[in-house]
Design a protein around this ligand. Structure first.
Ligand SMILES: Cc1cc2nc3c(=O)[nH]c(=O)nc-3n(C[C@H](O)[C@H](O)[C@H](O)COP(=O)(O)OP(=O)(O)OC[C@H]3O[C@@H](n4cnc5c(N)ncnc54)[C@H](O)[C@@H]3O)c2cc1C
Ligand code: SF4
Ligand code: SF4
Length: 1008
């Protein structure tokens, strides 16, 4: 029943855990008890759950009444029926990736992604699939792939957004020119109506519609009657007032209805497309499917003037492409400033100010090339300056990535002004794009702000997120004025205020201007037929104006929402961390800027197999919003801005539920488009918690692992026997909370430093040295597992690197991870004092343990400032990075064993984009390497040793174990000590994996 990819049981179910994902502060216990009696799914009305569901990917925030995770249709029906009886609104929710605020409301939220997330069946012959509403589009497409079929609409967030949400918003993506919107693929739905009754909507003839209509009957009969009335008396008005666009998702889907009726029947399931949870709750759906195209071909047309590109869209459309995407100068410049894209941007002709990415589908490569050739011959020289062609998958992927490259940078602003989504997806006929872009820019100029323009130019939908703050009254006025003036522009150009993301809180108020008073009234009548008491996501899509008298039977919630209310940040918003930060926060707005950075896109809710990357392992293991980066970031910000009760801000429960389970993998600092750094936020708050409440003995022990290891090594092997004595591990578990389920490190009597000294230090004389490396031997390598260190010394020396050892072995990482920031700062200071002069004299700093290497190169900059620490950070390398960066391995002769390797990189290394080096070196050494797109191993330093966290550590680890098992590599290699412990413990027969440097040492033909 659970969405978790791995463990059969929930990590929180283990007997020794201290978390259950909820707080003890529960609202409306009466409602909770009543709902729990009625359903088999989960009911959560605690303060954490309510706050977690108070936001989505929009600028809005409304605390819901509570959250329910229904297990099946019966649960949904029971919740809706009871809520209707009690006059409590309800709101269906998928991935919560909506950009206009349609997934936040004062209602009981039903989250379909936990239990109702299965693809139920596929009928390849009929090209249909039956699915539950909570299945992600990526999962659905993974299921369909063996049949060469796909769910065709491709919204960009499809790896965490679900089919219920796609229907709710009538979503589509870059290929809407070819496929249209979701409505075209909805064949039949099972739905729960506002009174809790369950019904099926699908194709119905106009005769059957008339026969089934009864304006005084059941909800279903009233819907039939209202649809029949609209078709009879308002078809002409719909035709007249609906813009003639490929993409329009504002208001209800009446133009589709009217068009369909011409065939003698209508599909009422499709009327739910774009209804944003206001008409019914979908519990199952049959969707139609499209074949996966045989092949694709891409041309990136480049232009020296932005408006030339915009004007060229119509001519490009003549070539019948599947997608035409626009990138403006701002995004090109931003992408060019990133190391990832500087080479692609460098390929653009000098002076490129805009580009059109044009993709064709084709039955074979030759046809694809012909289509691109015809386009290039037609446009280059005529309007475009040049074209970059991309035919193979990798090249196409790169060009598509370029289209999306600049946006994350826009969304990484830590200022109060943000690139907000509120007028970000207007649609106009493609021939009017030049007037639209020109007019929009004039509005932005007049109001003293700016925005990038990008997106789906083919169907006339450009994404534009103006830079505004809603934290001030003036900013808020600008926010509304931009919408007001752009709506005017769009309506004049025959467009729509939403071509993609829906109305929600940002755009509902403009629907009346778009469609006119009469259709606005029709929307309300349709809504009242489905939902006479305005219980379903009230106020969204349509409603009564604030100053309009309400009909006698309409409740206050029947009024439409306003774009300036319920904002996440408004002029009354106040942020108070409650302490002075201990770390350097070099971004704008410092700690507050980082705490407010998450924009809610839910990128941290993607599965490992469909999304890849590191972020966020604990969400992947638990399927819990509170275990995602978004969940943690939201609760932290809300705690510090007064949305959680004061007493909950730093209490034990908050630490256990919200922060302790963040394993500090740093995945988010790299994978999140805004680079939310939750590991750093956690370190800061944990530090403050220690100041207020003191630290546990176990935290102190882990923070001092260097001293403990020194003692352990001095008394080895006795110290090793001690932990193997019968009952010793149980005692350790009960007394200190260190689990008996993970292998503890043992200690070596001869440390790496001893070994190095015994062999007479470096074997490379200064005069013969190609380079000189100061090898910072970390605690674990020195005292517990010197082999990777010895391998590093041998390989480096074989490559003519003179090796000197740093004096210290503690990088400060253990204390830092545990939030002892004063301790880690002192350690950093000592190490920098030793290393900086050495670096200045031309030496490099090299480490074998990735988390310590990243400590020196990255975390030290959060603890110290000034040229010395910067110099050390700049000149610190992981050993494989060192070999690769200076091509030192080219000085070696290899004789690699005939062995293929699965490579699991360390998440800290990935966070600083240094993970690829090992793969390159291993391959050059002669190994076949399968680099796993893996996340964190789950051990995460001390995390997996903590008894109450062991089950979470296991659940995270299992994701990796599955990837290792599925790999072709005969042997897994991993640079991280924690990862090797975790992988070595995965089953009784598992070997503890070697490090990449040991594999390289094995392959070096000769050594000194
Ligand atoms: C980075 C990013 C990129 C995006 N790109 C695109 C894009 O390319 N194209 C696009 O169209 N959109 C895009 N979106 C918007 C959004 O992702 C889509 O609209 C998506 O389909 C919403 O799915 P969801 O699962 O997140 O739904 P939610 O946001 O949870 O819900 C969407 C609406 O559907 C309703 N709903 C959910 N489940 C049900 C149900 N079972 N029954 C009835 N109603 C239900 C909700 O009440 C809500 O009104 C993007 C968003 C982000 C953050
Ligand atoms: S943490 Fe990052 S990826 Fe997750 S929702 Fe926030 S912005 Fe998106
Ligand atoms: S550091 Fe890792 S576990 Fe913590 S929020 Fe970020 S991705 Fe998730």
């Amino acid at each position: 029943m659970t969405t978790r990819q791995t463990a059969a049981t929930d990590p929180a179910d283990a007997s020794d855990t201290n978390y259950d994902y909820v707080s003890d502060d529960i609202e409306r216990p009466d409602l909770v008890a009543a709902l729990e009696r009625r359903i088999s799914g989960d009911v959560r009305f605690d303060s954490y759950s309510r706050q977690l569901y108070a936001t989505d990917a929009s600028a809005y925030e409304v605390t819901p009444i509570g959250v329910v995770f229904p297990a099946d249709t019966e649960d949904v029906a029971a919740v809706v029926e009871y809520c209707a009886q009690e006059d409590v609104p309800v709101l269906p929710r998928g991935g919560g990736t909506s950009l206009a605020g349609q997934t936040v409301n004062e209602a009981v939220v039903l989250d379909f992604t936990r239990y109702m997330d299965a693809p139920l069946s596929v009928a390849p012959e009929a090209r249909t699939a039956r699915v539950q509403p909570g299945v992600t589009l990526s999962k659905l497409n993974e299921t369909l792939a063996p049949h060469d079929l796909k769910f065709a609409p491709d919204p960009a967030a499809g790896n965490r957004s679900v089919i219920g949400g796609a229907i709710g918003n009538n979503s589509t993506g870059s290929h809407s020119l070819k496929y249209g919107k979701t409505d075209a693929y909805v064949e039949e739905v099972e739905a729960v109506l506002a009174d809790g009754s369950v019904t099926t909507f699908g194709e119905v003839t106009l005769d059957a519609l008339r026969e089934g209509a009864d304006p005084d009957g059941s909800i279903r009969e009233r819907v039939y009657a209202e649809v029949h009335r609209i078709l009879e008396s308002e078809s002409d008005l719909v035709r007249e007032r609906y813009p003639d666009l490929k993409r329009n998702v504002s208001g209800y889907n009446l133009d589709w209805l009217v068009d369909e009726a011409e065939s003698g029947s209508v599909n009422l399931a499709r009327l739910l497309a774009g209804s944003e949870g206001t008409l019914a709750l979908i519990t199952e759906v049959t969707v139609s499917l499209e074949p996966v195209p045989e092949t694709k071909a891409v041309a990136l047309l480049t232009y020296d003037e932005l408006m030339t590109a915009v004007r060229d869209v119509v001519a490009v459309l003549e070539h019948d492409p599947a997608a035409v995407e626009f990138i403006d100068d701002t995004l090109i410049d931003l992408a060019g400033d990133t190391s990832e894209f500087e080479d692609v941007v460098g390929m653009l002709p000098d002076g490129t100010r805009a580009a059109l990415l044009v993709e064709f589908y084709a039955e074979d490569d030759e046809t694809g090339r012909e289509k691109v050739d015809a386009l290039v011959a037609d446009r280059v020289g005529e309007s475009a300056v040049d074209a970059i062609e991309a035919h193979d998958e990798a090249a196409r992927g790169r060009v598509w990535k370029l289209r999306k490259a600049g946006n994350p940078i826009l969304l990484s602003r830590t200022t109060d002004e943000k690139h907000l989504s509120f007028i970000e997806d207007c649609a106009v006929p493609a021939e009017h794009l030049p007037e639209f872009v020109g007019g929009f820019r004039d509005v932005l100029d007049d109001l003293g702000t700016f925005a990038a323009f990008y997106g789906h130019a083919g169907p006339g939908v450009l994404h534009v997120r103006p830079l505004v703050t809603t934290k001030t009254a003036e900013g808020l006025a600008t926010y509304e004025e931009i919408s007001d003036r752009v709506t005017e522009l769009v309506v004049d150009l025959g467009g729509s205020v939403s071509g993609e993301h829906g109305d929600g809180r940002a755009r509902t108020q403009w629907n009346r201007r778009l469609y006119g008073d009469s259709l606005w009234e029709t929307f309300r009548e349709l809504k009242a037929a489905y939902d006479p008491d305005w219980l379903l996501n009230p106020g969204q899509v349509c409603g009564y104006e604030p100053d309009e008298p309400l009909p006698d039977d309409a409740p206050e919630r029947a009024r439409r929402v306003s774009m300036t209310e319920h904002l996440r940040y408004d002029p009354d918003y106040e942020f108070d961390a409650g302490f002075d930060p201990a770390l350097e926060w070099t971004n704008d707005n410092g700690f507050e800027g980082m705490a407010e950075l998450c924009h809610g896109c839910a990128g941290c809710r993607g599965d490992q197999d469909t999304t890849g990357g590191v972020m966020c392992p604990t969400y992947r293991a638990s399927g819990e919003e509170i275990q995602s980066t978004r969940g943690r970031a939201n609760l932290l910000r809300q705690a510090m801005s007064g949305d959680l009760p004061d007493e909950e801000q730093f209490d034990v429960e908050f630490m256990h539920e919200v922060l302790d389970l963040c394993i500090g993998c740093k995945g988010c600092s790299n994978d999140c488009p805004s680079e939310v750094d939750m590991a750093k936020l956690k370190a800061e708050v944990t530090h403050e918690y220690h100041q207020r409440e003191g630290a546990s003995l176990r935290d102190k022990l882990f923070a001092n692992v260097d001293t403990l290891s020194k003692v352990g090594s001095a008394f080895a092997p006795v110290s090793n026997w001690a932990t193997k004595l019968p009952g010793a591990r149980s005692l350790l578990e009960s007394a200190v909370g260190i689990t008996s389920e993970a292998t503890l490190p043992s200690f070596e009597r001869e440390t790496l430093h001893d070994w190095f000294e015994a062999r007479g230090g470096s074997q490379v004389a200064p005069a013969d040295a190609e380079r000189t490396a100061v090898f910072f031997v970390d605690t674990y390598t020195n005292y517990s597992h010197p082999e990777p260190g010895k391998a590093a010394v041998r390989v480096l020396e074989a490559a003519d690197v003179r090796v000197e050892l740093a004096d210290h072995t503690d990088s400060g990482r253990p204390a830092h991870s545990k939030g002892f920031l004063d301790v880690s700062r002192n350690t950093a200071r000592e190490n920098v004092a030793e290393l900086a002069p050495k670096v200045e004299s031309g030496r490099d700093v090299v480490l074998v343990e990735p988390s310590d290497a990243v400590m020196l190169r990255s975390d030290y900059l959060d603890l110290l400032s000034g040229p010395a620490v910067e110099r050390v950070a700049r000149n610190t390398y992981g050993v494989m990075e060192y070999l690769d960066s200076f091509r030192l391995d080219e000085r070696l002769a290899f004789d690699a064993p005939d062995e293929s390797l699965a490579y699991h990189g360390h998440c800290h290394q990935k966070s600083v984009k240094k993970d690829h080096h090992a793969v390159g070196v291993l391959r050059r050494a002669g190994y076949a390497v399968d680099p796993l797109d893996s996340g964190c191993c789950g051990m995460a330093g001390s995390f997996g040793y903590e008894a109450e966290h062991r089950s979470m550590s296991d659940a995270v680890g299992e994701i990796l174990f599955d990837q290792v098992a599925a790999s072709d590599g005969e042997r897994v290699v991993a640079p991280g000590a924690s990862c090797r412990t975790q992988l070595g413990d995965r089953d009784d027969d598992a070997e503890r994996p070697p490090t990449p440097i040991e594999q390289v040492a094995r392959a070096v033909r000769t050594e000194r």
